[in-house]
Design a protein around this ligand. Sequence first.
Ligand code: DSN
Length: 382
Amino acid sequence: MDKIFNLIKQEERYQNSTIRLIPSENFTSEAVKKCLASDLTNKYAEGYPGKRYYQGNKIVDEIENLAIERGKKIFGVEHLNVQPYSGSPANSAVLMALLEPGDKICGMKLSAGGHLTHGHPKITFSGKYFESVQYDVNEEGRINYEELANFVKKEKPKLIFAGTTAYPWILDWKKFGEIADSVGAWLVADISHIAGLIVGEVHPSPVDYVHIITSTTHKSLRGPRGAIIGVTKKGIEKDIDLVKKIDRAVFPGLQGGPHMNNIAAMAVAFEEANGEEFRKYAQQIIVNAKALAESLKSKGLKVFGTENHLMVVDCGMGRGKEVAIKLEENGIIVNANTIPHDEAGPLKPSGIRLGTPAMTTKGYVERDFEALGVKIAELIKE
Ligand code: DSN
């Protein structure tokens, strides 16, 4: 047997015998994995259902239509594109659809908990081909919406990203909406981290306040790697051609053939996320995150958060990576992360980022996270 299968077995055992606290990771269902490893990976289907550039797509069309229908229902959007290969291509497609190179965009700084594709300067597509202005968080790690409103009025960006990767607080979509509307900017909610929380009704939905939603489908939503772009009613009211612009930017603008095995897996994950069982899962993610944060705080650690699935823990100046390695040696998998206003800088961050979606899937409850907090605190202090 190819050596690769042995390595996959090893990785499976490793994932299942360690404590996984990276907030963007999760464990998908067997049904999702079955789709990913199916013959759908053999098929080319450039185009959209009913308008393909290759023959033989009758069944594939049904699959994509089902994914769209189910996704529209759980996200509450008017239109859904399920073809983006992942979150970064989804955000790139939105920029391509709505802006010209050099236009001004606004997003949260990476060091504050934003994402590379939200205008991180110089080295990224979004920061290199667009003029990027970025907002920070306060000492507590929260967005100051009043300051953001003034910043946006001064800078007048054409597009604003409201989305995060290491932000432990609830996002105020209404305020974001008012801020974007004050300058007529496009507002894109990148809900990649919190999609499962929104669908599970433990975080407010942005759907009434933004023009576009982008999201990965793994993370808290627990589906396959992949992404969606949703267009809201407000988006269509702003531009009647928005749907066409988004779809064209994804294909043929940025991508070729969609990965139909992923799209089928998304359809399955959307159905799994639609209902009481998933709502209970989302509620448990939040309860568990609070239990972990309180446990760490009770041991004297400074914790940023939490109102959602994640938190950032201050490990002391520049100690994030060293602590992440020590935790890995003890079977706890996390990632080093900057803390708000990290004086040590992004290459030697002072914190670690912890999240509860994956271990909640594995059945962990509050007492497990309380005990885990005690263990992590001991390892941080050693
Ligand atoms: N890499 C993801 C995360 O870990 O948050 C964001 O894309």
